[in-house]
Write a protein that binds this ligand. Sequence first.
Ligand SMILES: [Zn+2]
Length: 378
Amino acid sequence: MIDSTISSFPLIGLVLLLGLAIGSFLNVVIHRIPRGESVVRPGSRCPACGHRVRPGDNIPVIGYLRLRGRCRDCGAAISRRYPLVEMLTGIIFVAIAIKSGLTIDAALEAIFASAMIALIFTDAREQLLPDVITCPLLLFTLLAAAWRGGWGEPVAYPFDLSLVFATESETGFPAMRAAIVGGLLIAAAVPSFWLIDRLDIFLFNKYHDWQTETDSTRQLTAEEETAIASYEHQDRRMKRLAMAIAIVSSLLWVTLALRLGNHDPLAWKGAWSGLTGAVTGALVGALPLWWLRTGYYLVRGVEGLGLGDVKLMAGIGAFLGWQGALCILLISSIAGSLVGLWMMRTSTARLATAIPFGCFLGSAALAMLLKQIIWLAA
Ligand SMILES: [Zn+2]
């Protein structure tokens, strides 16, 4: 399984540098997305004094070491999270390159891993898994699965929906069915987020708001109101963009599957299998969490698990397959319960809903993605 196409040190060094740079961008995402701020402009600023970070101080990891962890202008401590995220991303990128070589598959895995890192740290800091990340993530994982199934290294799906939908012979490509059902599945990725939000209102008569959740009796400050408004604005804009990309991808899938499906039926059958396998994985990952959350709410009257966890698990299941999704659910529940028990013993506070479960899901997904490398190193 281990691809040895990347074995030279200069190449590994370049991948490491790319990972550090992407990690630096992920820091911006982790800091700004929950505040509804743009990740593009303005440039990096010190959160304490607002001074621009000088280009030399903005170099991943090295900038932090040069400044000895303090802002050059006001001396405020810079969070250790910054070099940590950068190094983590760099190491994971190198691990992916060693596992998959310098291939399109590796690029897809790197995008998936970047989303996991951003979500793990956002959830740890803010108890929030923004739709701005999880919604495009689901669309991305569906398209990536179709690509990998047809032309890359497919995730093994010995039991997937294409067995239900396909009746043609082993090598035949069910072009018409695959084109129509596949197009609908791709187009449904973004509306499924809308649907799962609406279901909450339908079932519980309320939607859990992310910031008012902690203390609904407290009056929000003007600053918080602005932050929520721009967060929601950003959310709507991202969903519109994702929907536009989904419609274009869906039409592209339908056209290409119908026109080219019979030129290379094996590859297209693989792509179709990859896409339906991803949908199976998304459902296997998300449905148990959604049932758990709904059941908990109906019994206890409080939210034990966020909708963000359900949405994240859909993306994870779509990328890693239904077997991967089951493993991740198992690992995360065990790890989450252990940490929860430990927190109950060490803190006097009652066990609130304060365990950021998304951290466990994201970390388990990264471990599953890199399991060959982890076994190799162990
Ligand atoms: Zn400062």
